[in-house]
Design a binder for this molecule. Structure first.
Ligand code: GTP
Ligand code: MG
Length: 208
């Protein structure tokens, strides 16, 4: 009989436009869309991952960063095994907001454990140096002052470090950070949740 895969839930949060959907899409499909739309609510994609001889079903939950979608995204924080806090290096405000994002996640996921794995992702590292508003040193300092979080610089545009940041997430959950344990991935079904429809339904249900 086939052994059931353990589910690993990873949640992406951060300001609207920092590149959360682009990172997920790059990791799962290998594609990048320069004209992607803002996410409404949440979407999730699956990937089967094998680590050593164990199979995992990696569930990546991509949330909407815009404030108006707060009530749609926060119910999906519960049960997360790892949280990716994403900011964009060309947007200083998105970096300063990491603190608020972390608070929001901890509150709605009900996590009190100080060892819960957060990974800080500095995305859009492909931009020209003169457009950069947050330095690596500044971001690393924030990570070490706020719980010693792992820090990864990525570019969804040129795929730099994208696989690596999700691998770090997986390793932080299963704590198999040792050298030599290889990870292989296999994309599987890609469901998504239509929150626009859910919001409409809720409205009509609550109407008298
Ligand atoms: P919300 O869904 O509103 O929360 O935004 P998001 O964080 O999902 O951002 P999204 O992935 O939609 O990307 C926003 C814009 O930034 C799009 O135009 C992307 O093409 C662009 N973008 C995303 N990642 C990168 C990157 O690594 N480099 C550059 N230069 N642009 C990027
Ligand atoms: Mg998005």
């Amino acid at each position: 009989m086939l052994e059931e895969s353990e589910v690993l839930k990873v949640v992406l949060i951060g300001d609207g436009g920092v590149g959360k959907s682009s990172l997920m899409s790059r990791y799962i499909t290998g594609k990048y869309d320069a004209d992607s739309y803002h996410t409404i609510g949440v979407e999730f994609l699956n990937k089967n991952v094998t680590i050593g001889s164990k199979n995992f079903a990696l569930q990546i939950w991509d949330t909407a960063g815009q404030e108006r979608f707060k009530s749609l995204r926060t119910p999906f924080y519960r049960g997360a095994d790892c949280c990716l806090l994403v900011f964009s290096v060309d947007d200083e405000q998105s970096f300063h907001n990491l603190e608020l994002w972390k608070k929001e996640f901890m509150f709605y996921s009900n996590i009190e454990d100080s060892s819960f794995p957060f990974i800080v992702i500095a995305n859009k590292c492909d931009i020209a140096p003169n457009e950069r508003q947050v330095t690596s040193d500044e971001a690393k300092r924030w990570c070490s002052n706020n719980g010693g979080h792992t820090y990864v610089e990525t570019s969804a545009k040129n795929a730099n470090n994208v696989d690596y940041c999700f691998e770090r997430a997986i390793r932080s959950i299963i704590r198999s950070d040792q050298e030599g344990v290889s990870i292989s991935n296999l994309t599987s079904e890609t469901p998504s949740i239509d929150l626009r429809a859910m919001a409409h339904q809720k409205k009509s249900e609550s109407c008298c």
